[in-house]
Design a protein around this ligand. Sequence first.
Ligand SMILES: [Zn+2]
Length: 252
Amino acid sequence: MLGGVRFGLPALFACLLAASCAGPGTTSVPTGASNNGRPDYWGHRAGPQGFDTVIIDAGHGGKDSGATSGTTGQREKDLALDTAKRLQRQLGGRVKTRLMRSDDTFIDLDDRAARASGKSNTILVSLHYNSGGSGIRGPETYYWRVDSHGLATRFQRAMTSVSPAESGNRGMVRRRLRLTRNPDIPCVLLEIGYLSNPSEARLCADPAYRDKMVSAIARAILDQQAKGDAGTGPLPRPINAPPSRPTDPAGS
Ligand SMILES: [Zn+2]
């Protein structure tokens, strides 16, 4: 769609900054602040088991295209929406699903977090495609809440099992983003592959590859639903930190 447009800094920052795929992020600093009497408010608990609903969030949309591949010309917002719909089909009948967006609509990140919050027995998975240096490839998983660690572990394992090669990617990362910190339900953000890497961009352009990824992601969700955190390792330490805001300086 945008064939001929080469990947460059604006595309990089379209994902990293404008829409906050992986930014603005922060390093975690315990503050000792109270949780307003709700000890699980920031997700300081074990991961979910037996949940009945998955909110599938296709990243970006409308005026926010996210990253664009210089190799295939594909836009992150289109791939994310396609992937979200594939995941909804894969999960059909086994768990209830809701799409955050079902068409090319812009939804502010704060609105996405608000829409996901207050739901019982529900998890949120946000789907993105990444961009960075052309030599970097492989899936990444972002989480913040303690109760999202098991899910994140399952997602990263699942995507890595499908990805044929990895190079220089960040793997699984605990980062305070608006969609990993602010919803009051377990929430994880997936970067399925680097559109800035020519080989991985071509893979991500293949519907059969996206289906393989989606199958693995769906299995991870159903495994978490059945087993909770079993087999996903020790929980990370709780961190008290305020909600992520668009005005947060990157790296603060
Ligand atoms: Zn993104």
